[in-house]
Write a protein that binds this ligand. Sequence first.
Ligand SMILES: *[C@@H]1O[C@H](CO)[C@@H](O)[C@H](O)[C@H]1NC(C)=O
Ligand SMILES: *[C@@H]1O[C@H](CO)[C@@H](O)[C@H](O)[C@H]1NC(C)=O
Length: 298
Amino acid sequence: MNTKIFVIISLAVVSTAGMLYADSCTPDCTGKNDGEKVPDPKNCTNYYFCKDEIPSDHALPCDAGMIFDNGDCAPGPACTPICEVTVCPITCNGSYSMISDPFDCSKYYICTAGQVNGPLTCPDDKPYFNGENCVKDKEVCCAVSCTPYCGPGIVEAPDPVDCTKYYMCLEVGIPNEDYHFPCSSGEVFDFQTGRCSSDASCITLCTGSTSNVKSTTTTTTTKTTTTTTSFDCANSLICTGEGFFPQCHFSCQPGYFECTGAGAQGIYHECTGDLVFNTDPLYAYCVLPGNCPFHPSK
Ligand SMILES: *[C@@H]1O[C@H](CO)[C@@H](O)[C@H](O)[C@H]1NC(C)=O
Ligand SMILES: *[C@@H]1O[C@H](CO)[C@@H](O)[C@H](O)[C@H]1NC(C)=O
């Protein structure tokens, strides 16, 4: 594949579906005088001091029984923090879980044991991925929070601002700074598999901006041209497009080809374990043999 051309094309396409927003989880001293206090968005019993419109390095706690309200600590009942982290499933938390593409709401990935398959593209009539399905409603599109978050079943969560670090997850929620670790030297954290890796690319999930993010958007979902061949399984494949294609058109077998783009030589893989590759190109990934052939409902 000609990487240079691919990169240029990718950068030229501005994704309309994938957007990232700065979130409400960082203390904000904008327009505040020196010494003024602002709420700790993550903990409503704490506050920050402002100096030169910059919050103090650490949050300070109100006295016991007090909450931070309206610019100062005051006696108050239990309170909820301002910061709401959008939980955007982008890290695999088990086989057969699906993850969103943080930069393109029309794309998603399927996690199988130790492997991330995709991207798969939602169909035109249901263009947005909601974490489980492709749907019509654009509201489901999620923006990755700039605050780290441990979703259910996640063992290591990405650091949204530093691709060389991660958080160990002991419970669901915003992880503690004590569990913030660097990957080994030369490795970056693969936010999809949830592990440090020497071949992952460094992707900063938090852009801290409200503008559209440039992303790698491919324009077509290609259907494999199942020309009337008398044979079932191919030994090699010249790709008709980007994605994953079954080795066998009619029988459910473990083999499949990974394609980086039209004209490329397909790279042969086999599904892990007992899994077989589904023969319906509309649902191009490894499935349990009992579920094959699987035809997605339209
Ligand atoms: C909020 O901060 C206080 C004091 O720093 C701490 O005791 C409490 O556990 C924190 N609450 C949460 C929900 O993190
Ligand atoms: C994986 O994540 C999804 C969505 O966040 C959640 O519904 C599911 O329970 C998680 N799985 C496990 C094993 O925790």
